[in-house]
Design a protein around this ligand. Structure first.
Ligand SMILES: NC(=O)C1=CN([C@@H]2O[C@H](COP(=O)(O)OP(=O)(O)OC[C@H]3O[C@@H](n4cnc5c(N)ncnc54)[C@H](OP(=O)(O)O)[C@@H]3O)[C@@H](O)[C@H]2O)C=CC1
Ligand SMILES: O=C(O)[C@@H]1CCC=N1
Length: 286
């Protein structure tokens, strides 16, 4: 009988949890997933109790059992995290990285071997199977690796494939995207309070407004500008409200936000390049 795929998570934070929550609801049995982190034992126990996954403090053991390794630490911890598993990563593994900004070449240099790497940029809506994920292939990954990664990420939402260069933009747009929407909701809740609406009534109205607008975008196929115009009666309330948004340069603010997040993704990646290059030259001079 063919062995079931085993997946080791290096990192047990928000993104790992969102993926595990979605994956264990669909294609994967919890026993197929091994979760490791740096030191937070309480967090590992929580993951085991909540999702039934295996937990492991010994990364070497986790990697020995794994077919797929998912890198899910913060970019600032990537150097230490990747180097700590480098000797145990082999050409049999498929490495999937969700690290914002960090290129597959940097990851490969830190590992010090020609490994198959697929980079992914999901978002936390993976928790409920609604992630928008983009994938890109590293230089030693092939179509088979891509198909494996696509299958995995389809369990948590929609998947699209992009060139690795485009992943910074994807990160600024849809990786961080849920936070922009939550920030809008926070503002709507504050406004509801200031105009005197009951908090729980406002919450319900805001939530359904967001869900309804998203569903309208999805099901009618009308461009957002057309849908907006359908709400906006001449001389009415929406027009008056949007005039204020224009005074505050709302669209420019959103555009600048996404551009800055995109730029930040590139910065996060660049910060690791010198370390990766040093490791490559050290290992080739040995
Ligand atoms: N959050 C999001 O919306 C998204 C995040 N991402 C990416 O996912 C990655 C993780 O983000 P997020 O989950 O938010 O981060 P968190 O801070 O929530 O979690 C980070 C995890 O990494 C672990 N870790 C740190 N250092 C090491 C190490 N040396 N070895 C093993 N594990 C380590 C931490 O363990 P411990 O607690 O023990 O220190 C912790 O479990 C980031 O690279 C981010 O760019 C991508 C898309 C969306
Ligand atoms: O904020 C971050 O850096 C990560 C990447 C995308 C979403 N969260």
């Amino acid at each position: 009988m063919k062995k079931e795929t085993t997946i080791a998570f290096i990192g047990a934070g928000s993104m790992a949890e969102a993926l595990i929550a979605g994956m264990t609801k669909t294609l994967y049995r919890p026993e197929q997933i091994i979760v490791t982190n740096r030191c937070n034992q309480e967090r590992l126990r929580y993951m085991k109790e909540t999702y039934g996954v295996q937990i492991e403090t010994n990364k070497e053991k986790a990697l020995k059992a794994a077919d797929i390794i998912i890198l899910a630490m913060k970019p600032k911890d990537a150097m230490e995290g990747i180097v700590s598993i480098a000797t145990d990563v082999s050409e049999h593994h498929l490495v999937i990285s969700v690290l914002a900004g960090v290129s597959t070449d940097t990851i490969m240099s830190l590992i010090g071997k020609k490994v198959s790497i697929v980079r992914a940029m999901p978002n936390t809506s993976a928790t409920i199977g609604q992630s928008a994920t983009a994938l890109a292939l590293g230089r030693f990954a092939n179509e088979e690796h891509l198909a494996i990664a696509e299958t995995l990420f389809r369990t948590v939402g929609i998947v699209t494939v992009v060139s690795e260069d485009d992943l910074h933009a994807v990160t600024g747009l849809s990786g961080s995207g849920p936070a922009y929407v939550y920030y809008l909701v926070e503002a709507m809740e504050k406004a509801a309070n200031e105009i005197g609406l009951d908090r729980s009534i406002a919450k319900e109205l805001i939530l359904q407004t967001i869900i309804g607008a998203a569903q309208m975008l999805k099901t009618t196929n009308k461009p957002p500008s057309v849908l907006r115009k359908e709400v906006t009666s001449p001389g009415g309330t929406t027009e008056a409200g949007i005039q204020v948004l224009e005074q505050y340069h709302y669209q420019e603010a959103v555009i600048a936000c996404i551009k800055r997040a995109t730029e930040r993704s590139a910065e996060l990646g660049k910060a690791l390049v010198p370390t990766a290059i040093n490791r490559t030259s050290a290992s080739s001079s040995r």
